[in-house]
Design a protein around this ligand. Structure first.
Ligand SMILES: O=C(O)CCC(=O)C(=O)O
Ligand SMILES: [Fe+2]
Length: 277
């Protein structure tokens, strides 16, 4: 595929996406496109019903009303980033997540399966599976993240091998890292807040300073780096190369943003693709 004049995501059903870009993950890796968006991948009424269930079961709550009231992200699932320093605790936490997810979606479609199935269809020559340790212990398959007011991500990139350097985890074997994000609920202020932004900038040492100084947004503007905001409705699923700089502008307003997200490890010459959170 040649350089596109405008850097914009390819979107539609999986079939429509594949008709336009037969190898979407190669196209994202080459920065030809920022992302693919599978529209209506999951029923939006199931999103709303599951969120209600999460609140009823105490899995979701407003962090401003508990403890010291400071805003933070509320997760349902296991995060390697949070638990990776203690591998045994990480695998035990993951085991509990698999247990929870085995009944949490009862009566509705399984959104984790939606994410995995869409990915498998776009990578037909790979075996898509939950990441596992050498001795077969599973990582968390995916994670629900809830961003209340004042919560987001400054511009950053994600790479277990290149940034976190967790070489004691099997996922560090992959040369490339992607992310899949399924929107469950948007924040109410859709202006700039709470919707992912991708920059046409793959991680390079030149970006280290502006990233650390948290002025990458201004830097990108000065340097004329293209950026695109990914607008999603509940049930829409997007995939992007997470070694590309991206951010989630901080949520404004009282309704939190809720997504289901997995990381994806992939190498050109590896028949397996691992997902984790
Ligand atoms: O929630 C998003 O849209 C992106 C979050 C993020 O930074 C990631 O999944 O790496
Ligand atoms: Fe990220």
């Amino acid at each position: 595929m040649s350089q596109t004049a405008i850097w914009s995501p390819v979107e539609g059903t999986v079939d429509e996406i594949l008709a336009e870009v037969p190898r979407p993950f190669d196209a994202m890796m080459a920065s030809e496109i920022p992302a693919v968006i599978v529209r209506r991948a999951f029923p939006s009424d199931h999103c709303a019903a599951l969120i209600e269930r999460f609140y009823e079961r105490g899995l979701l709550y407003d962090p401003r009303k508990v403890g010291d009231g400071s805003p933070r992200r509320v997760d349902i699932g296991t995060s390697l980033g949070h638990h990776g320093n203690d591998p045994d605790a990480f695998y035990e936490h993951s085991r509990q997540t698999h247990d929870l997810f085995s009944y949490l979606f009862d009566g509705y479609e399984d959104p984790v399966k939606t994410l995995y199935d869409a990915l498998a269809r776009m990578l037909p020559d790979k075996r898509v599976m939950t990441a596992r340790s050498v001795d077969g212990r599973l990582y968390g398959p995916s994670i629900f993240r809830t961003y209340h007011e004042g919560v987001g991500h400054y511009p950053h990139y994600d790479s277990v091998s290149k940034r976190s350097k967790r070489y004691n985890f099997t996922v560090s074997r992959f040369r490339h890292q992607f992310a899949g994000v399924l929107c469950f609920q948007n924040s109410e202020d859709r202006g700039d807040s709470g919707e992912g932004v991708l920059y046409r900038a793959q991680m390079s040492p030149a970006f280290q300073r502006p990233l650390e100084e948290r002025r990458f947004r201004e830097y990108a503007e000065e340097e004329g780096i293209a950026r695109v905001q990914i607008s999603l409705e509940p049930g829409d699923l997007y995939f992007f190369y997470s070694e590309t700089i991206h951010e989630v502008p901080f949520v404004a307003g009282s309704q939190p943003r809720v997504v289901l997200a997995s990381f994806i490890g992939l190498s050109e010459d590896d028949p397996e693709v691992y997902l984790w959170s």
